[in-house]
Design a protein. Structure first.
Length: 388
């Protein structure tokens, strides 16, 4: 009999149209096609649960195997976010290196199993597992709201980060073009903005990024976790392959757009040895800056990641990865109080030293100019010119 994790199924009913949202740990129909999460854990804020015996999950999986097996296709659903504001203030207690964000979407179809933003989906009543990848919130009025907020006399043109908790260039952007509309507003009024992405779709907007860059008001960060295409497909199932991201760095650089490579997250025992090669490849492609972040597993992302390790990595290596993670987090899988973005211990120190050595070797992090607000002009609203 096929063994599965015999934790509970969770069923939450709440008002969003007439849809009935079911949350469960083990997926009853087996792994989902080209999705990162193999679980859909219960929402940590909800206490209404429907318990289903693990034996029932076993029975369904056996029936599926006898019928030929295969992966289950889970289609995405998109919901309209009726937000009334679009520029978000980052909490002063945060260690994020920016103060303002704009997020056209919530949830991300890229499905990166390690994503620290997964728990934010639980505030919407969804699961941080498969729901995060397949139940997406879109803000179709984002550009309209952005125009109004940039036109306010109190707005000073401070730099904005797009994609703080979701990638603005996930597949849904092909159809909705919400991020493009926001960038058009920012480029027209010289609003400094940066984004972080794992998608070559950023090249679609190279005209806008180049216009912003000409005012020192635009910068793109491309995230690279690994150069191994096979591993990338497993850990980031719907993101652009590493070779495509290096191409994006190259073409953005040729267009005059400053590019940073973010090696994030570094997964100890799995991707840490690639650090020098990633930095070399990024520098060769034209990146000017580099940064790194150690793997973080807040809340139920721990369960998702360990389940992924069991399904995707050789058992002996999986044990090593888990052990190294715990060594960097004071014996736990995660503790926000223990050097949140770096971890502690000998391996963390080695990674930091290697990063410094190889960024110097490849000439990275020499151009450290901040984005400029010098060209910011308030956008026109209602046919009236801005005050300045």
């Amino acid at each position: 009999m096929i063994g599965v994790d015999k934790r509970v199924n969770v069923r939450i009913l709440f008002g969003m149209g007439q849809e009935d949202h079911t949350y469960r740990d083990a997926l009853t129909d087996g792994p989902a096609h080209r999705r990162g999460a193999g679980l859909n854990p219960g929402n940590r804020f909800e206490d209404v649960r429907l318990h289903v015996l693990g034996e029932e999950l076993d029975r369904r999986w056996v029936e599926r195997e006898e019928a030929g097996g295969g992966l289950t296709r889970v289609e995405r659903r998109v919901y309209e976010d009726q937000t009334r504001t679009i520029i978000n203030r980052v909490a002063k207690t945060s260690d994020m290196p920016f103060d303002w964000t704009v997020n056209p979407y919530r949830g991300c179809e890229h499905g990166c199993i390690y994503c620290f933003a997964r728990p934010y989906h639980e505030y919407l009543g969804f699961s941080c597992g498969l729901d995060f990848e397949t139940k997406l919130m879109a803000k179709p009025r984002a550009a309209e709201l952005l125009t109004k907020e940039l036109a306010r006399p109190t707005w000073r043109g401070e730099p904005i980060v797009m994609s703080a908790i979701t990638d603005i260039y996930q597949p849904i952007e092909h159809e909705l073009r919400v991020a493009r509309a926001c960038l058009e507003v920012m480029a027209d009024c010289g609003q400094p903005v940066s984004t972080m992405t794992k998608s070559a779709m950023v090249l679609r907007d190279v005209d806008l990024w180049a216009k912003l860059a000409s005012m020192n008001a635009g910068r793109v960060t491309v995230t690279l976790v690994t150069l191994d295409a096979e591993l990338a497909q497993k850990i980031e199932p719907r993101a652009t392959l590493p070779v495509g991201r290096l191409r994006a760095i190259r073409e953005l650089t040729e267009a005059g757009v400053p590019v940073t490579v973010n090696i994030a997250p570094i997964i100890p025992g799995l991707t840490d040895a690639e650090l020098p090669r990633i930095l070399e490849a990024a520098a060769d492609a034209g990146a000017r800056r580099a940064s790194w972040v150690m793997l973080r597993l807040p809340y139920q992302v721990k369960d998702l990641f360990l389940d992924w390790l069991e399904r995707s990595v050789h058992p002996e290596r999986a044990k090593k990865v888990e052990s190294l993670i715990r060594q960097m987090r004071g014996g736990k899988l995660y503790d926000a109080r223990v050097a949140r973005g770096r971890g502690v211990g000998a391996l963390s120190e080695t990674i930091a030293k290697n990063f410094d050595v190889f960024t110097r070797r490849y000439g990275l992090n020499r151009d450290m100019r901040p984005l400029s607000s010098a060209h910011f002009r308030r956008p026109e609203t209602g046919g009236q010119l801005g005050l300045w």
